[in-house]
Structure formats: C-alpha cells, structure tokens
Design a protein around this ligand. Structure first.
Ligand SMILES: [Zn+2]
Length: 207
C-alpha cells in the first residue's frame, strides 16, 4: 500500500516492539513530507534491527560526513546491522562516539531527510556506472608505442610510462595542448581511473 496523508494504515505495520514507537513516528512524519513515492512496505522490509532497537543510540539528528562506493565489497549497515551495503553513507552524531557506515534507508531516517540520502546514493550509482563504462577495455586502444589511449568528447587521454610507474596525460580538443599529471600509478586500472579524473578536470579547466 502506498503511503499518503489519507492512506497510511498503521495497524498493518509491524516493528520491533522495543523501538516501534520511535521508528514509526520518525518514519511516518518523514514519509508524509517526502516527495518521493516511498511505501510502508519498503520500510517494513527494512525492520527495526540493530542499533534502532538500542536505547541511548540517537535515532535522529545525524549528519552525513561523506559517501563511499565499496565496489565489489559489501559491508553491514552500522545502524540496522542487517542490510548489506555497497554504497556507504558515513553518519555522524554529536552524542555518539563513532561514525556509523550506513545504507541509504537508515541514513535517510537518521538524518530525517529522505531526499538528500537518496540523492547521495543516486550520485554514487551514476558515478559507478560511469567508472565501469570508462574502464571497459572496448573503449581503449593500445598505441604502437605501447600507451593505452581513450578518447571522449574530443579529448584524448593516455596512460604512459613503465609498469609500476604509470602516468596519465590529457589533450584538449580545441588547441591540442597536453596536460601531464604528476601522479604515478602502480597498476593500469588505477591509471585508467586517473584518466577519468584528468578528463573531468580538463573539462572544468578549458584551455
Ligand atoms: Zn541500515
């Protein structure tokens, strides 16, 4: 059932009895204000486990310090201690001694802001898709001198140097000026990601 001002049926929601009231209050007040089509069913699938049920752990007023994409790794959400998360939101609270790595649903409740937590996760997902497509070797070719090259929007990015000491450079489309990165990379994958950073930098700093 979709939640709305007239359509919330509290009797159908079952929460951990030790913390149900608190979570329900937070959940419904936010849900009614949220522009996104959250459903009660979605929250039911993410029940009040872990620290949600622990007295003394703040349930609201958290702030997101930053986000992290674990890529292949998975971590258990620090708040519900149940959800396995790839996209981590590092949540901080003045009255809690440590920063908690949390998933999007818990983060949105802790922060009492559905939209921001969602947007942060969506940004990470977009970035992950972009990175994965950038690393796809079909987009790369090996020059005769042994350098890996990728082209995008007229920019030409190259990975060069001996194994273990790879560097990147970007050539802008307008004037053909090449900017050389100062950083060294041990492996090709990291250097290729370095070219993505160089590409984004070059777009922000047109010659
Ligand atoms: Zn969680």
């Amino acid at each position: 059932m979709r939640a709305g001002r007239q359509s919330v049926d509290n009797s159908r929601i079952s929460f951990c009895p030790s913390c149900a009231d608190g979570i329900l209050a937070i959940d419904l007040s936010l849900r009614l204000a949220a522009p996104m089509n959250e459903t009660v069913a979605e929250w039911r699938s993410h029940p009040a486990h872990g620290k949600w049920a622990v007295a003394g752990v703040p349930k609201k007023g958290w702030v997101c310090l930053g986000v992290e994409d674990l890529e292949q790794e998975r971590q258990t959400c620090g708040m519900c201690e149940k959800e396995k998360i790839r996209y981590v939101q590092h949540m901080w609270h003045a009255d809690y001694p440590e920063v908690l790595p949390c998933g999007c649903v818990c983060a949105s409740h802790m922060e009492q802001d559905y939209v921001s937590a969602r947007k942060r996760e969506q940004r990470m997902k977009r970035r992950a898709r972009r990175t994965s497509s950038w690393l796809d070797m079909k987009n790369w070719h090996l020059s005769r001198s042994g350098n890996w090259i990728i082209r995008k929007n007229g920019y030409r990015m190259v990975v060069y140097g001996p194994p273990g000491r790879l560097q990147v450079a970007v050539t802008s489309p307008e004037c053909g000026e090449t900017t050389f990165g100062r950083k060294y990379y041990e492996c090709l994958r990291d250097a290729q990601l370095g070219t993505l950073v160089a590409f984004e930098w070059a777009q922000r700093h047109p010659v």
